[in-house]
Write a protein that binds this ligand. Structure first.
Ligand code: ZN
Length: 175
């Protein structure tokens, strides 16, 4: 919900009163709470205070606005915008995590390739079987995950792909 206490100064007092059932006539208003003769019994100020001299009901339009927001169906556009912001934050976090994960895997994959390369060369002590197994595991790990990374980056970088990620995110995060 928008911060009303901060935004009230930018809000038209008369417009909120009117939306709440007060009929504005110049600098006065008819009271919707009073029975019978209620014409022009309400006075209000530019900074949002209002008061009915007949029924003594009054306060600040921020309260009326808050009540209106609860009574009305939630504003769809605002909700969609908040959701989009949340998704953007989620996607940016995913991209960071994927990049880190990929960086680690690539590092170990390169290490594996280097070790096998070194094993073939006549320089120095050859690596033992444990080291060679480890190298192959690192290489296999990367090949195993490679497609997942390719898919992710593909999806994250085009509109249709991002829509797919958005739907996945919604299923998981939006009730
Ligand atoms: Zn009144």
């Amino acid at each position: 919900m928008t911060n009303l206490s901060r935004s009230t100064s930018h809000v038209n007092t008369a417009a909120i009163l009117e939306a709440s059932g007060y009929r504005i006539r110049g600098k006065r208003a008819d009271c919707p709470n009073c029975e019978g003769h209620s014409r022009l019994t309400v006075s209000f100020t530019d900074d949002g205070r209002f008061y009915c001299h007949r029924c003594s009901k009054g306060g600040h339009v921020a309260q009326l606005a808050r009540r209106l927001q609860i009574a009305l169906p939630p504003p769809r556009i605002a909700k969609a915008r908040i959701r989009k912001e949340e998704f953007k934050r989620w996607l940016s976090l995913q991209m960071t995590q994927m990049a880190n994960e990929e960086h680690e895997l690539v590092k170990l994959w390169r290490y594996g390739l280097d070790l096998l390369e070194f094993a073939k060369s006549p320089i120095g002590e050859p690596p033992n079987q444990t080291q060679i197994d480890y190298a192959w595991t690192q290489i296999a790990n990367y090949y195993h995950e490679e497609q997942r990374f390719l898919d992710f980056w593909q999806r994250a970088s085009d509109r249709i792909g991002r829509f797919g990620l958005y739907r996945k995110w919604r299923r998981r995060h939006v009730r």
